[in-house]
Design a protein around this ligand. Structure first.
Ligand SMILES: O=C(O)CCC(=O)C(=O)O
Ligand SMILES: [Fe+2]
Length: 358
């Protein structure tokens, strides 16, 4: 292919990131046509709703409070698949530091960031833009940077050394978030009627991936999305964002619903692995990110799932003669590849392994 053709040139500019585009043209008035999503109905007109709030200190309280907290988590998982946690035990200063080093990373020159660009969706570290620019699709208004976390010692040496404190801050953050995820997983196990360590044990060594998203201000935010509707492939995602701008929407009762950000809290959501493990009792919920004309938004989503070679399948304890198995077993890494290689979002990877019981 002629590498100097106009298309190819502008195509490669997009791969440098939307931040690069807007930094070079801060007065941009029109959304470049590649970003216009043809079938999108104005995403900024979503309804607003309060999602369940769980006070995690209840898990350490007297028996009755613990039981009612587990019951609340269980109904939040079944009814919403998303909930907000307070009294989660993570220092606010660590949350702030983490957002700061992530922002400093995105502020690096595009050459420095492109060192981490990769078309390999399983790469342990990856910078990119939109969904998957190795495939043709309408572009999305976000840059992302993701890398593996727990067990941190395996990939720590690959993480960015610029900003210089990045590795240390991210390690402390990801280790604490892993512990938090295991605490919630234990409550969910009990809520499902399984042993309290059932989910944690099912993870084996476990797998954690951190996805940082950067959504710059966008000239025509009603015509595009930061991130298309999708469900997460892992079991539990723990999400935080910078303090002063909303953007997350979840599909609740078939309606896109905007979720307000509350500083100092995290959002937790159920991913496909827990939908599969619970044989469909819990649903992984589709969610997306919208953008806005005024402010950049940064989010850090940390996903938690089983070790990559694990075969994921419904828990046998949850299958009885009245409930047929709903999903075909699949190696977790094959599932991730299925999800990440596609530019079609929604819940299509789950549909692909769903068994159509009559
Ligand atoms: O930016 C957000 O709020 C959502 C991010 C997200 O869903 C993801 O990274 O999987
Ligand atoms: Fe997500």
């Amino acid at each position: 292919m002629d590498k100097t053709s106009d298309n190819q040139e502008s195509g490669s500019d997009y791969r440098k990131g939307v931040k690069f585009l807007i930094d070079n043209e801060p007065d941009m008035k029109k959304l470049p046509s590649e970003f216009a999503l043809p079938l999108l109905r104005n995403p900024l007109s979503a309804v607003h709703a309060e999602i369940p709030v769980i006070d995690l200190s209840g898990l350490h309280g007297p028996v009755q409070r613990r039981v009612s907290t587990i019951r609340d988590i269980n109904s939040a998982c079944a009814d919403w698949g998303f909930f907000r946690i307070i009294n989660h035990g993570i220092r606010t200063s660590l949350m702030v530091e983490m957002l700061k080093v992530v922002e400093e990373f995105f502020d690096l020159s595009w050459e420095q960031k492109m060192k981490y660009a990769s078309d390999n969706v399983m790469s342990p570290i990856r910078y990119g833009t939109s969904l998957n620019t190795s495939m043709k699709h309408s572009l999305h208004w976000r840059d992302y940077f993701r890398h593996y976390g727990h067990p941190c010692h395996k990939t720590f040496h690959l993480w960015p050394d610029n900003p210089p404190v990045y590795r240390d801050v991210a390690k402390e953050y990801l280790e604490q978030i892993w512990q938090l995820a295991m605490k919630i997983a234990s409550a969910i196990s009990e809520g499902l009627g399984l042993d309290h360590d059932y989910i944690e044990k099912s993870l084996g060594e476990g797998f954690q991936v951190q996805a940082a998203n950067y959504y710059p201000p966008c000239p025509e935010p009603e015509k595009t999305l930061g991130l298309a509707g999708h469900s997460d492939h892992g079991g539990l995602t723990i999400l935080m964002q910078n303090h002063d701008v909303d953007g997350l929407q979840i599909k609740h009762n078939e309606t896109w619903t905007a979720v307000q950000h509350v500083p100092g809290t995290f959002l937790v959501n159920i991913g496909d692995y827990l939908e599969i493990l619970s044989n469909g009792m819990y649903k992984s919920v589709e969610h997306r990110a919208v953008v806005n004309a005024q402010k950049k938004r940064i989010s850090v989503a940390v996903g938690h799932g089983p070790e990559l070679t694990a075969v994921i399948a419904p828990a046998s304890q949850l299958l009885d003669k009245n409930s047929d198995i709903q999903y075909r077993p699949i190696a977790y890494q094959d599932y991730i590849r299925l999800q990440q290689s596609s530019t079609i979002r929604g819940k299509s990877p789950l549909q692909a392994i769903k068994i159509n019981n009559m």
